[in-house]
Ligand binder design. Structure first.
Ligand SMILES: [Zn+2]
Length: 487
């Protein structure tokens, strides 16, 4: 059996003004057939290496093509998207024929001329390989699960967890289903249920935890191969944006439909409870004061992982005004300020303008007096799972007693070593304020006395009813409409 693997990943914030170009895809890779060697530290590399190892164990031939990933930004530049897509398609043609095609995609990639890049890729893959070859895709749950994707793939599996700590397990399930189909042991069929909701659904808290556990339990029912909840990506305006459920069964279309509908109705019944209810900055700093131990505050609306610039300093400004003590803040994307601090040198105290650079969602900058405590070239942090996440040249500066990290490579803050890797001691801190919506919980959870997601100003606010959708087909979605399904 011959197995072809490739990956093209970015989550497009169609409201972000800065495009996703070649530079965006150059933070890690791109890897032209060598992600399992040269890109081993990346999320794509560890998954592709796991697929390679499974092939080795089973005596299958493994062929890897392009793997490319970009930090979420605005629409992908059309030529950049098409060049990557065509590299995958060309490899598929030239190096084929194959029995199995496994793709690691995001599901919310939008280019200048295409609202459904993954549907486009899957349709073109299908055209090349024909109807009999097993085509599978692993997607991020923050995807626009479109009917085109579901039609063109034999199996689509989404990560179940948010934080996305389970991409390896899901990738192995996809491998089993697709190679099982190529072996003629399985006949995957899918059904997609549209919940007509837009939302944000961390899986570490109720009621989402129980809903995800129900999906896992349902996968043990006879004939059920996979159950996925497509959270949707609210800040991507496409015809198909929204919350969906996808069920894959072994040849049983009516079971796929009834189970997807059942789980979809469960999610829908919990829609009010699933709405995020985060305090504003004042409320969050009040909660931090009352916390025993360390309060971890999340600057949710300025998360690079959702396409925000990561240079809005509203929360930091408030922390300075409130004269908080024993606090850290990070990580702010400000390559100019990093460069300025590096020039001044460790130990220097200098006037510094920070943040507020990318556009209206960045807010105003702050002008401070900063002391440079440490500089690290090519800093990085632990990512999700075994992967590392690059941060570029970074500095630790102190502003009125608050330790602040500035970075040159835009990313969200995943892990304590974003701070400790520069020499900041987190022991004894009363406030750790960071730029992430939810992924940080995987690694900051263990050191948090309390976690407080904050309704900050920024590019990805959670007032879903107010998002200015122009392309979304269903405008009568929850929470804009109380009961769109009429149940
Ligand atoms: Zn995601």
């Amino acid at each position: 059996m011959r197995v072809f693997v490739a990956g093209l990943i970015t989550e497009t914030n169609t409201f972000a003004p800065w495009p996703t170009g070649l530079q965006g895809f150059s933070q890690e890779g791109p890897f032209h057939g060598d992600v399992t060697t040269r890109g081993r530290d990346s999320e794509m590399g560890v998954l592709a290496a796991a697929w390679k190892e499974l092939c080795r164990e089973k005596g299958f031939e493994f062929v890897e093509s392009l793997f490319a990933i970009a930090q979420p930004s605005g629409r992908a530049v059309q030529s950049v998207y098409e060049n990557f897509r065509n590299e995958i398609l060309n490899d598929l043609k030239v190096k084929g024929p194959f029995d199995v095609v496994l793709l690691f995609l995001h599901g919310a990639m939008v280019s200048q001329d295409c609202d459904d890049c993954e549907g486009d890729i899957l349709a073109r893959v299908r055209e090349i390989v024909g109807p009999k070859v097993a085509v599978g895709a692993e997607l991020d749950p923050h995807c626009h699960l479109t009917p085109l994707m579901v039609e063109k793939a034999d199996a689509i599996i989404l990560m179940k967890e948010y934080p996305h700590i389970d991409y390896m397990e899901r990738g192995k399930e996809l491998f089993d289903i697709c190679t099982g189909m190529a072996d003629r042991k399985l006949k995957p069929v899918s059904y997609l249920f549209d919940c007509r909701m837009v939302g944000f659904y961390p899986t570490t808290t109720e009621p989402m935890r129980s809903l995800v556990d129900k999906c896992s339990a349902a996968e043990k029912r006879p004939g059920v191969l996979s159950v996925s909840i497509g959270h949707g990506f609210p800040w991507g305006d496409t015809p198909e944006t929204g919350t969906k459920v996808l069920v894959v069964t072994d040849g049983n279309a009516s079971l796929a439909q009834s189970l997807a509908t059942e789980i979809g109705h469960d999610i829908y019944a919990n829609r009010e409870a699933l709405l995020p209810k985060f305090p504003n900055i004042e409320g969050a700093l009040g909660a931090a004061r009352e916390t025993n131990g360390c309060a971890v505050l999340a600057d949710t609306a300025d998360n690079a992982g959702g396409g925000a610039p990561s240079d809005n300093v509203s929360l930091l400004r408030a922390m300075i005004e409130y004269k908080v003590e024993d606090a850290v803040f990070g990580c702010i994307w400000d390559p100019i300020a990093v460069r300025t601090c590096a020039e001044a040198g460790v130990g220097a105290t200098l006037p510094l303008r920070i943040g507020g650079k990318c556009g209206p969602a960045s807010g105003d900058p702050i002008d401070v007096t900063a002391t440079v405590k440490a500089f690290r070239a090519d800093h990085d942090q632990q990512g999700l799972g075994p992967a590392r996440s690059p941060m570029g040249d970074s500095v630790w500066i102190e502003i009125e007693g608050i330790d602040v990290v500035l970075m040159s490579t835009r990313t969200q803050t995943f892990a304590p070593d974003a701070f400790t890797g520069l020499g900041i001691d987190l022991k004894g801190k009363r406030i750790i304020a960071l730029k992430s919506s939810w992924h940080f919980q995987a690694l900051f959870g263990p050191i948090a006395g309390r976690i407080v997601p904050v309704a900050t100003p920024g590019a990805i606010q959670m007032d879903f009813a107010a998002i200015d959708y122009r392309k979304k087909r269903d405008q009568d979605f929850f929470p804009r409409v109380k009961n769109p399904l009429g149940l």
